[in-house]
Design a binder for this molecule. Sequence first.
Ligand code: NAI
Ligand code: MG
Length: 340
Amino acid sequence: MRCLVRSSFKIRQLFGSRDCSSYVSRMRYLMRLKEDDEACLRALQSGSVLLYHKLAPLLMRTERGMYQLPALQATDVKGILGKLGKDEQLLNSSVLIGCSDDNVPQFSLDVGSLEQAAVEELCGGVFIDLRKAFFLLKGPEAPLVSKGQALLRWHQTHGFCSTTGQPTQRNQAGSQRVCLANGATYYPQMAPVVIVLVSDGRRCLLARQSGFPRGMYSALAGFCDIGETVEETLRREVAEEVGLEVESLLYSGSQHWPFPQSSFMVACHATVSPDNGEINLDGAELEDAQWFGLDEIEEALQRKTPLRNPKGESSVFWVPPSYAIANKLIQEWANQQKKS
Ligand SMILES: NC(=O)C1=CN([C@@H]2O[C@H](COP(=O)(O)OP(=O)(O)OC[C@H]3O[C@@H](n4cnc5c(N)ncnc54)[C@H](O)[C@@H]3O)[C@@H](O)[C@H]2O)C=CC1
Ligand SMILES: [Mg+2]
C-alpha cells in the first residue's frame, strides 16, 4: 500500500500567512499558564469565559437571527455569581482552552450548579445542546466551543484515580489531574479515529449507519485499535466495513470531533482497484454503502439542508455539513474529479 503525504504544501497553506512571532509568544504564554497555577489564576481575572450549563454552551442570538458566543469577561461572570448570591470562587473552576489572536486568554466554565433560566436571563443568551450549537456557530467559534466542552467533560468524568480509587486534583489550567495518593498524572484524552473516502478513480464510496439522519451518507470511519498505525486502521476498517482492499492512501487533514465524546479524526483519501470494487457490506455496523458518481456528489454538496418529505424525514441523498471533516473529503474528491 502506498502512503502519500502532501507535506510541504500543506504546512505553507496552513501557517504561511500568520504573524509567526505573535503566534510563538501566544503558545509560549499558554505553555506557562499550564505550568504556573498562580499565573493562570491571574490570567483568568482578565480572560474571557465561555459558559456551559451541564455541558451545553451559552449562545447569543444576533439581530440578524444568527448565533454567536457571548463575549463574557471574568468580571461579568463574577457579577452574575454575585447577583445570584453564589460564591465568586466558582469562577476558579474554569479551565484554560486557548488564547485569542489579540492575546486574551480563553477559559470555559460549567455553571451546571446554578439555575439555568436565571443565568440565561442575566446573560441575555441561551444554553443550547452542543449537537445543535456546533452547527449554529460560524468560523473558529465551533471548534472553540467543542474544545471547551471536551475539556470540561473530561474533568467531570476523571475525578478519581483508576489505580487507587482516590480523588484526583486538577492544576489551575485544567491541563492535567494528579492522584494525591500515588502521584499518577492524567492528561485529557481523545480517541483516534480514521475517516476515509474510498475512490475507484471514477466513483467514491459512501455509507450510512442506521442511526444517521434519513438520507445522509458519509465517508467510512473507525476507531484505531491500540497499537495500530493510521494506515493499518484505514486498511482494516475498509476491509471490515465494505470488504474492499485499499491500494493507496493520501492524508488530507484532521479534526477534533466532540460527538459522542472526544475523537481525533484523521482524514484520508484511499483508492481501490476498479476491478475489485464489489461492496461486501458488514450489516452489523452499516445499513448501506454505495458508489456515487461526480454528478450525484455535486448535487448532494449543494444541498444546504436536506429536503423533507411530508413526514418530516429527508428522502434524498445528502452528505454531512461543512463542519464535518467528511464534507471536506467529499469536496476534495469532487474538485479532483473535475480537474482530471
Ligand atoms: N467528523 C466527521 O466528519 C465524522 C465523524 N464520525 C465519527 O467517527 C467516529 C467513529 O466512527 P464509527 O463508524 O462509529 O467507528 P467504528 O467503525 O470503529 O465503530 C464503532 C464501534 O467501535 C467500537 N469502539 C472501539 N473503540 C472505541 C472508542 N474509543 N469509542 C467508542 N467506540 C469504540 C465500539 O464497539 C463501537 O460500537 C464516531 O464517533 C463518529 O461520530 C463519523 C463520520 C463522519
Ligand atoms: Mg465505522
